[in-house]
Design a protein around this ligand. Structure first.
Ligand code: FES
Length: 133
C-alpha cells in the first residue's frame, strides 16, 4: 500500500516527538491503544492555566506510519487552540489531510481518541486541584 506524501513527510520528519513530565500540573496525558492492531499512542499537551490555551504538545507512538503521521499532525494542530477546540478535532479531518485509505482510518481515530484523552486528563487534574483547595 502506498502512503501519501504527507504521511511520508510526517513519518520521516515527525514533529514534537517526546514527552512531558506526567506529574507536571500544566500537562495532560492521553494514552490509547487500537485493539485492531495493538498500536499504542501517547499524546501530551501543555496548557496555559490562565488562558486555557495549549502551548505545546508531544507524542510517542508505537505503531504504523499512519498512526505516527496522525499523531505528529495532531501535535501541530492543537498548538494555539483552546482545550475545547482541541477536543472537537475529528479523525475525519486528520484522515482527509493525510489522504488515508479506508484501512488506515482507525489510525486517525487513535489520534482523535488520544487528544480527547489528554484534554480529559488535564481537566480532571484541575478539577481535582479546585476541589482540594
Ligand atoms: Fe493500527 Fe495504524 S495500523 S494504528
Amino acid at each position: 500500500m502506498a502512503y501519501s506524501d504527507k504521511v511520508i513527510d510526517h513519518y520521516e520528519n515527525p514533529r514534537n516527538v517526546g514527552s512531558f513530565d506526567k506529574g507536571d500540573d500544566s500537562v495532560g496525558t492521553g494514552m490509547v491503544g487500537a485493539p485492531a492492531c495493538g498500536d499504542v499512542m501517547k499524546l501530551q499537551i501543555k496548557v496555559n492555566a490562565e488562558t486555557g490555551v495549549i502551548e505545546d504538545a508531544r507524542f510517542k507512538t508505537y505503531g504504523c506510519g499512519s498512526a505516527i503521521a496522525s499523531s505528529s499532525l495532531v501535535t501541530e494542530w492543537v498548538k494555539g487552540k483552546t482545550l475545547d477546540e482541541a477536543a472537537q478535532l475529528k479523525n475525519s479531518q486528520i484522515a482527509e489531510e493525510l489522504a488515508l485509505p479506508p484501512v488506515k482510518i482507525h489510525c486517525s481515530i487513535l489520534a482523535e481518541d488520544a487528544i480527547k484523552a489528554a484534554v480529559k486528563d488535564y481537566k480532571a487534574k484541575h478539577d481535582a486541584v479546585v476541589e482540594a483547595a
